[in-house]
Design a protein around this ligand. Structure first.
Ligand SMILES: [Zn+2]
Length: 416
């Protein structure tokens, strides 16, 4: 083949350190095949895992093929021998090639394009366009994100983090996630929600960078508090105000159910049905209420004093987190006195819980971490857990989250 023609093929597929021996059609597969070998500059005897130069072992199992980007309507594959080497560290492994990741059936260009598409398009679009199964997309995402993590240090300069747990697989399994408050990026995620899981993150960070963490925001999980105390000597722990307000909403709902049950048992069917309908009116922020819901609340104020008291307690606690630090603490102190004496069991209990976490709640009021950002990331992770349904491993789910929200998504091939 003319030299110029080989250069053309190399540019078309963005192949580096690769020699193209010939190009032909595989009529059975209806595909274009590029017969290739690594250029001598790359070397034929490198460990597939660590890329170190090693002695050869044998010729392996003959030629292999790697799917690369389509050309027009045609699927394209690279084909090459796959000799094995003996690495002092990794044993007998298939030699590295310059066009694909170790053990991958697709080239770098193909992998990167799939990873880019998976973070920008629908599942169906990726599958149709690339002509691959969704499980294959998962495997590609896992290796692209693992590779990117090796090359980029996401954990440098991290000072203020948020830790949370997210359920997936219909609420049966959990991910622990760590988010950078300053960049709004997802830093890390792993399966599990316990101290041991979180210890993996702090070990990855290392003692020096752990010591530089100044603020950690989290919910009330004692496993988070314990891990933070153990690994981050200089960190102040903040209780996410969003969680505190959600406790008050739960307390109010519990109260509503108690009142509703009593009304039902006493045969007050009209009251019971009104209460059932008023659930949303009690939950929503007053500024978002419809006229009808406002009416429902007014009815409760008239006919059901205890429940209305619960509503006012919930609303006032929500107000606390909208005030500046000192005024908020003053109002929270008065709120606690009121709640302890309110004779509504769910709120008396809530007052105890809040008292137990008072230091972390005050830290949140003082430092004003942007929890809205954290919530936005969590919402997007929840969405990703649904998209990732059909991936074979949790690693692929985490990989997709890191590509989408951790800044690890590769550029499209040839666009760097
Ligand atoms: Zn090796």
């Amino acid at each position: 083949m003319l030299l110029r023609q080989k250069d053309l093929w190399r540019s078309v597929f963005g192949l580096e350190q690769t020699v193209i021996e010939r190009v032909f059609m595989d009529h059975d597969q209806g595909a274009i095949i590029l017969r290739v070998r690594p250029h001598s500059r790359f070397g034929r005897r490198r460990c597939g895992v660590c890329h170190r130069r090693c002695p050869g072992y044998d010729r392996g199992e003959g030629p292999r093929r790697w799917r690369t980007l389509d050309l027009g309507e045609m699927m394209c594959f690279l084909e090459a021998e796959s000799p094995r080497v003996r690495c002092p560290e990794h044993g007998v492994v298939v030699a590295a090639v310059p066009w694909a990741r170790h053990n991958a059936g697709h080239t770098y260009a193909f992998d990167d394009q799939v990873a880019w598409l998976a973070t920008h398009c629908s599942k169906e679009a990726v599958r149709e366009l690339m002509r691959i199964a969704w499980a294959t997309v998962g495997a590609i995402i896992e290796r692209v994100s693992a590779d990117a993590k090796k090359r980029m240090d996401l954990l440098d300069g991290v000072r203020r983090i948020g830790i949370d747990e997210i359920s997936y697989r219909r609420g049966q399994k959990y991910l622990s996630v760590v988010v950078d408050h300053d960049t709004g990026r997802l830093l890390w995620a792993a399966p599990g929600r316990d101290e041991k899981t979180l210890a993996e993150f702090f070990n990855l960070l290392g003692p020096e960078r752990c010591a530089e963490i100044t603020l950690v925001s989290a919910d009330a999980g004692s496993w988070i508090a314990k891990a933070v105390e153990r690994y981050c000597p200089n960190a102040v722990r903040c209780m996410d105000p969003f969680h505190v307000v959600s406790w008050a909403t739960d307390a109010l709902d519990q109260l509503r159910r108690e009142v509703w049950n009593t009304a039902r048992k006493d045969g007050q069917h009209a009251v019971a049905s009104d209460l059932k309908g008023a659930r949303w009116a009690l939950w929503r922020n007053p500024e978002d209420l419809s006229d009808h819901q406002r009416g429902q609340l007014a009815d409760i104020a008239r006919t059901n004093r205890p429940l209305y008291r619960g509503y006012l307690l919930k609303e006032q606690l929500r107000q606390v987190f909208q005030l500046p630090h000192l005024r908020a603490m003053d109002m929270l102190g008065r709120w606690l006195i009121w709640a302890r004496r309110c004779r509504l069991a769910p709120f008396v209990h809530l007052a105890k819980t809040i008292t137990a976490h008072l230091a972390a709640i005050e830290a949140a009021l003082q430092h004003r971490l942007s929890n809205a950002r954290l919530e936005a990331i969590n919402t997007r992770i929840r969405l990703i857990t649904r998209v990732a349904f059909g991936f074979r491993s949790t690693g692929a789910l985490i990989g997709l989250a890191m590509l989408s929200l951790g800044g690890l998504c590769p550029a499209l091939p040839g666009r760097r």
